[in-house]
Write a protein that binds this ligand. Structure first.
Ligand SMILES: Nc1ncnc2c1ncn2[C@@H]1O[C@H](COP(=O)(O)OP(=O)(O)OP(=O)(O)O)[C@@H](O)[C@H]1O
Length: 132
């Protein structure tokens, strides 16, 4: 989102200005983080499957929770990667490695959780489709 003052360092004065910067952040994550495109593609695919199988309201909620967790963790992972790059100036550092690896681990754990939720919802649907 194009904001008037591109080099603003002062606090946002209006809600619209805060919203604009938040959307800027979202666009940046989407553009710069290769995995984010995969997460969004997966989210669209899973949502289409969920609509086709007409899953229950509770299942939709679990799906929404697990997808949100992956996407939010990916945003934080990107934040941490950028902060590490800013502080290390892209030089190798043992602590930087630990921080980035742990941050990636958070995304991995949430993706595993989403996979388990997906299996619990869709495997019974697929079994019903093929064996009944
Ligand atoms: N400054 C650094 N010092 C030490 N190790 C680093 C440094 N920068 C990156 N690494 C190592 O390289 C890996 C990849 O870092 P990078 O910042 O490129 O993340 P990425 O490829 O975007 O990862 P992800 O797939 O989690 O999004 C890190 O997990 C870490 O092990």
């Amino acid at each position: 989102m194009a904001l008037n003052d591109k080099r603003q360092i002062k606090k946002n004065r209006t809600f619209l200005s805060s919203l604009g910067h938040s959307l800027d952040g979202l666009v940046t994550v989407f553009k710069e983080e290769r995995n984010m495109k995969k997460h969004v593609a997966m989210m669209v695919f899973v949502s289409i499957c969920a609509a086709i199988f007409q899953i229950s309201e509770t299942e939709w909620l679990w799906l929404a929770l697990s997808i949100s967790m992956v996407i939010i963790n990916e945003v934080w992972n990107t934040v941490i990667e950028n902060l590490v790059d800013l502080t290390t100036g892209n030089k190798y550092n043992e602590i930087a490695k630990k921080v980035k690896d742990m941050s990636a681990a958070a995304v991995l754990l949430s993706a595993l959780f989403a996979m388990i939720v997906g299996c619990l919802i869709f495997i019974p649907q697929l079994l019903e489709l093929f064996f009944e």
